[in-house]
Design a protein around this ligand. Structure first.
Ligand code: NDP
Length: 332
């Protein structure tokens, strides 16, 4: 069994925290993660600059009292720049506005491994590149810092030009609240691969299960209202997954009736763990993700149009059409 090193508040010492002292921190992007991480950094005793285009996000940042500059100016002023704009705009933005302002000895912090791992970020030599990637949506990054519950995050050093990149990584993780929940030592490759694997193997399989279950149950003569409520409109699966996180994958089974427990475990035992699903998941992991094939496909200029077409196809599918009708009838 492979286990990762974990760093928590009590194991991050003062020397690690000193890695931020006297260094200017800039949060580039004031969206989901940017707004939350900037607020957490400030409450941890730092004075981050915010870099953003002039628009509605900027107004929010100024209202909260941050020193807001253009992305290029904030990057140039920063010793430590947190790159918190959407992944798809990062390569162009780093090339045109961030990299020109970075100097040897600076640190670029990414919150996801995708662009760095797949070679899409051009960062000047001599600049440390590290990852501090919360496993949490931005709003909860803030809420869980405030209530001291914390959130897990993945941390790694991707390029240690200064020899001190690890100290900076841990100090940033601690300052945004990432060591409250536990900073798990990972890598851009692992973070990107697992994220993509979840998105391209696990979630499509779950969506396919729901779509197939809908078709089979409707073909068996049951009403759309009953089928869709049973499957997900009631939000029961969300409740079950919340209990999975708290009580465990099988620990939560105790909350179901004994009939349900018997039916679930009996049917699970009959499935072939090494069957078609395992083969499909392995193909996704190796052939699409680790080979870089997906990243190359998504980098094509026409990929955006293909995404729009796929959205239209999904919205016109039988389950989506039925869902719209049922929602209209239920007023939900
Ligand atoms: P958002 O979509 O919330 O980022 C919005 C910010 O990016 C705004 O400040 C916006 O400014 C700016 N921005 C958008 N487009 C551009 C552009 N073309 N040029 C300049 N600025 C632009 O991003 P997230 O916070 O969701 O993601 C940031 C990073 O955090 C990503 O690497 C993501 O993978 C990672 N992450 C995200 C998580 C999440 O839950 N959202 C969880 C963990 C990691 P403007 O007002 O100018 O549009």
């Amino acid at each position: 069994m492979a286990h990762a090193e974990i760093h928590q508040d009590r194991t991050v010492d003062a020397a690690d925290l000193a890695a931020l002292s006297g260094r200017t921190i800039a949060v580039l992007g004031f969206g989901n993660q940017g707004a939350a991480q900037a607020a957490n950094l400030r409450d941890s005793g730092h004075t981050p600059l915010v870099g953003n285009r002039e628009d509605s996000y900027v107004a929010g940042a100024r209202e909260e009292g941050f020193d807001v500059r253009s992305i290029a100016d904030a990057a140039a002023a920063a010793d430590i720049a947190l790159l918190l704009v959407p992944d798809e705009v990062q390569p162009g933005l780093v090339r045109d506005e961030v990299a020109p302002g970075l100097r040897a000895g600076d640190t670029l912090v990414v919150a996801s491994g995708y662009n760095w791992h797949f070679g899409l970020l051009e960062v000047p030599d001599g600049v440390d590149v590290v990852m501090v990637a919360p496993r949490m949506i931005g709003a909860a990054v803030r809420d869980r810092y405030v209530d001291r519950h914390g959130f897990p995050c993945f941390v790694s050093v991707e390029r240690d030009a200064t020899g001190h990149a690890w100290d900076t990584t841990l100090a940033v993780a601690r300052a945004i609240g990432g060591t409250l929940g536990g900073a798990i030592v990972s890598s851009a490759r692992e973070e990107a691969a697992l994220d993509l694997f979840s998105e391209q193997a696990v979630w499509p399989a779950i969506l396919d299960v729901v779509r197939t279950a809908h078709r089979v149950a409707v073909e068996a003569g049951f009403s759309e209202e009953a089928v869709l409520n049973e499957l997900y409109l009631s939000a029961e699966p969300a409740e079950v997954f919340a209990h999975v996180a708290r009580e465990g994958l099988f620990g939560q089974l105790g909350l179901h009736s004994r009939t349900s427990q018997y039916g679930q475990l009996r049917s699970l035992a009959a499935l072939d763990e090494q069957g078609e699903l395992a083969a499909r998941f392995a193909r996704v992991m190796h052939d699409d993700i680790l080979s870089g094939a997906f990243a190359r496909d998504w980098s094509r200029p026409e990929a955006g149009e293909r995404l729009e077409a796929l959205h239209r196809e999904a919205a016109a599918s039988p389950i989506a059409t039925a869902e719209a009708e049922v929602r209209a009838r239920l007023g939900s």
